[in-house]
Write a protein that binds this ligand. Structure first.
Ligand code: CAA
Length: 398
């Protein structure tokens, strides 16, 4: 029985920030970001967006195609958690009108949690093949300003329906895993932005990759020459290229960089999306011109702290009848660009706790919005009314 991704969709945030504007305003050579990180823009949420609204938006798009009657489990992967106790999935399920007979949980291990959710989903559908699992990976990568991580911010969500007889991608059972306790990137409970040891994080990412690759081979994985394309976790686009070069160095084999390039398009535009990043890369490959019928894709997932996993999927013949690049193209083109000053004001305005009540200005055009906090509880709604106008005025109203 084949198990895997039946269908998947994405969402990103309302705003974008150009890295050349950030570079100019902070006296950095724009080529550092353009060529050194291979980033053009990053997505930035409006005040009435968060990981729940992005995730629910991606999920509503995929469920519009698959329907939701077979969904009995929702696994929400995020490191932009909105509550220390309640799963972001509970808020999302309410917005999506999922049945009350749904099992809901949130997973966390930095950017790796989306893959943990996918593997758990495969386990559930292996036991009950008539059921499907909704996996949502949704994150807002928000770093402190004037740090090396600032240009690698971003936001995005991917929702996947996981089940038997997948029309999109069969996930093969062989997998390689690697974990170690490493302080490369982490976010203590009382901080809203992560602490990062940049150089260490690059080493940890690459070390976990070769560790996971060797474990994959030891567990009966396919040979290098049997893998047609690679998609890597992309904290910034250049990192995937670095990962690819490390594999070449590690195996001593020549692997064409064109096996990686088609998976890089979206991160260049959206920036880091933590748990969603690998799967946005997969969508970028599936939406590309490459003819992928029957092709095997190698997927490398990495979460700081650290866990890495390498696994493979086989694209199902006829997959083009399932996928639709409409939302991704719209997300790239329709974001409202912020000036540097607007971006920094919005960055500061996101710094809010739950001790005081507040209502968010109406900005996002997405199907769901984060209304605000009252008595410590977050509220969300379907987005039916027109938006307020003007970015700065909406920041000031908050
Ligand atoms: N023109 C062209 N290229 C230039 C340049 C210029 N004027 N100036 C610098 N560069 C190049 C550098 O040569 C370098 O390229 P290589 O890596 O290929 O050598 C690149 O630009 C970056 O330059 P620096 O190393 O000097 O950059 P930095 O010190 O500012 O930090 C970073 C880079 C560590 C990635 C930082 O952005 C950061 O801390 N990011 C957040 C952490 C992160 O994303 N880590 C990745 C692995 S961890 C992970 O994957 C989990 C996750 O999602 C966070």
């Amino acid at each position: 029985m084949k198990l895997g991704i039946v269908d998947m969709e994405m969402a990103t945030a309302h705003h974008s920030v150009s890295l050349s504007a950030l570079a100019h305003a902070t006296n950095v050579d724009p080529n550092k970001y353009r060529f050194g990180l291979r980033q053009e823009n990053f997505s930035m949420p409006a005040l009435d967006e968060d990981a729940v609204t992005l995730g629910a938006t991606a999920a509503s798009r995929v469920l519009a195609r698959t329907g939701k009657t077979a969904i009995r489990t929702l696994i929400f992967a995020t490191e932009s958690s909105v509550d220390q106790s309640k799963s972001a999935g509970v808020f999302a399920a309410d917005l999506l009108d999922l049945s009350v007979n749904t099992r809901i949980v949130e997973t966390k291990q930095a950017c790796y949690a989306g893959t943990a959710a996918l593997q758990m989903a495969l386990g559930i559908v292996a036991r009950n093949p008539q059921e499907q699992v909704l996996v949502i990976a949704s994150d807002i990568a928000r770093y402190a300003v004037n740090t090396a991580g600032e240009p690698t911010q971003g936001a995005g969500a991917v929702a996947m329906v996981v089940g038997a007889d997948p029309q999109l991608l069969e996930i093969e059972p062989q997998t390689g895993v690697w974990s170690a306790h490493i302080d490369d990137f982490w976010r203590p409970n009382d901080l809203s932005t992560p602490l990062v040891d940049g150089a260490r994080s690059l080493d940890a990412y690459l070390g976990a990759f070769t560790g996971a690759w060797e474990d994959y081979l030891a567990h009966g994985g396919a040979g290098l020459d049997e893998i047609d394309y690679f998609v890597h976790h992309q904290p910034f686009t250049k990192m995937a290229v670095k990962g690819h070069r490390r594999l070449v160095e590690h195996t001593g084999k020549l692997i064409d960089e064109q096996t990686v390039e088609p998976g890089l398009r979206y991160t260049t535009q959206f920036g880091n999306s933590y748990t969603a990043s690998l799967y946005l890369g997969l969508l970028s490959l599936l939406h590309s011109d490459a003819d992928l019928d029957g092709k095997r894709i190698g997927l490398y997932s990495y979460g700081s702290g650290a866990t890495g996993e390498f696994f493979t999927g086989v694209v199902q013949p006829g997959y083009r009848r399932v996928i639709d690049s409409h939302y991704a193209d719209a997300a790239i083109n329709e974001r409202e660009e912020l000036s540097f000053e607007e971006y920094r004001a919005l960055h500061a305005a996101h710094e809010r706790g739950s001790k005081h009540d507040y209502q968010n200005p109406r900005v996002t055009r997405a199907p769901f919005r984060f209304v605000g906090v009252r008595d410590g509880a977050r509220s969300y709604q379907r987005n039916t009314l027109p938006t307020d106008s003007g970015v700065i005025s909406t920041i000031n109203k908050s």
